[in-house]
Design a protein around this ligand. Structure first.
Ligand code: PAF
Length: 291
């Protein structure tokens, strides 16, 4: 496994490999088993697997955790090598934003960038699409793999790739969960032991809502309000509890079939902001291939 930090070096080493199928798994590092499952899947899909590790300042708000976000390159490399990673691309901020973050070209995916997490974190998805566009241009992968835990991010990136005519297959893999159902996330470490015990209520809420919809409930707004109130009673501060259409994250309308819907939650618990979602009828993979 080779680790590259400069774009010139990266391009020079990829040049003789063009023609092979390249998979990219973009990450911000501080990797967990969920990331590793993305890499293992990438390994089955391509001749060569590249993992990028970059804590992207553009997607953090002014009062968010950019400065404290764990940078653990050595530990990450030790997990990545046995999982089948060929290259790690770990650029510096100046490599991706040579003119500084306030003077840089921004890629925006309108509408999708402003809903749900986009309301709570203005500019977040512009930061995500701006960095992923750069990573795609630097690596020129054939396929890129993301987790479905960041469902809105996946949609934003699919839309960006489609509209900018980037010849890259975007694959979303099912969320990797702890035994008690909590979605794996680098930010789970921000919770105290007590909060960590409470955290699986998010997944339980998603399950309760998806079951209710499968059983025929169509009063989506009431369903959202009931479950948001229950999370508040349990000590969470929900940003949203939402039943949305999978295709564009617009609010569900009565008459919508369960297959087209996804339930999404973002809620604060102490210092952590937890996000999770569950398709009402789960697509195991956002691609034709079987995992
Ligand atoms: O999901 C993440 O880890 C990040 O948002 C991503 C896609 C690597 C962009 O910085």
């Amino acid at each position: 496994m080779q680790i590259k930090s400069s774009i010139d070096e990266l391009r020079a080493s990829l040049a003789p490999l063009r023609g092979q199928r390249i998979a990219l798994v973009p990450t911000m590092g501080n990797l967990h088993a969920g990331h590793i499952s993305l890499v293992e899947y990438a390994h089955q899909q391509a001749d060569m697997v590249m993992v990028s590790i970059f804590v992207n300042p553009l997607q953090f708000g002014p009062n968010e955790d950019f400065d404290h976000y764990p940078r653990t390159l050595e530990a990450d490399a030790a997990l990545l090598e046995p999982a089948g990673t060929d290259y790690v691309f770990a650029p510096q901020v100046k490599d991706l934003y040579p003119n500084g973050r306030d003077h840089t070209t921004v890629v925006q995916v309108p509408e999708l960038n402003a809903l749900l997490c986009g309301t709570a974190r203005p500019g977040h998805f512009d930061g995500v699409s701006s960095v992923v566009a750069r990573l795609f241009n630097a690596v020129q992968p054939d396929v890129a793999i993301f987790g479905k835990k960041d469902y809105q991010q996946l949609l934003v990136l699919k839309r960006m790739t489609e509209e900018l005519l980037m010849p890259i297959d975007i694959i979303g893999l099912s969320t990797f969960r702890e035994k008690d159902g909590l979605a794996m996330s680098s930010r789970n470490a921000y919770m105290t032991a007590k909060e960590r015990q409470q955290a699986p209520h998010i997944y339980q809420t998603l399950q309760s809502m998806t079951q209710a919809i499968r059983a025929g409930r169509q009063d989506f707004t009431v369903l959202e309000q009931e479950h948001a109130a229950r999370l508040s009673q349990l000590g969470f501060k929900p940003d949203y509890v939402a039943v949305r259409r999978k295709a564009d994250l617009q609010p569900a309308q009565s008459g919508d079939q369960p297959e087209v819907l996804v339930v999404l939650i973002a809620a604060h618990l102490g210092k952590a902001r937890l996000i999770d979602n569950l398709e009402v009828v789960e697509d195991l993979l956002e691609a034709n291939d079987e995992r």
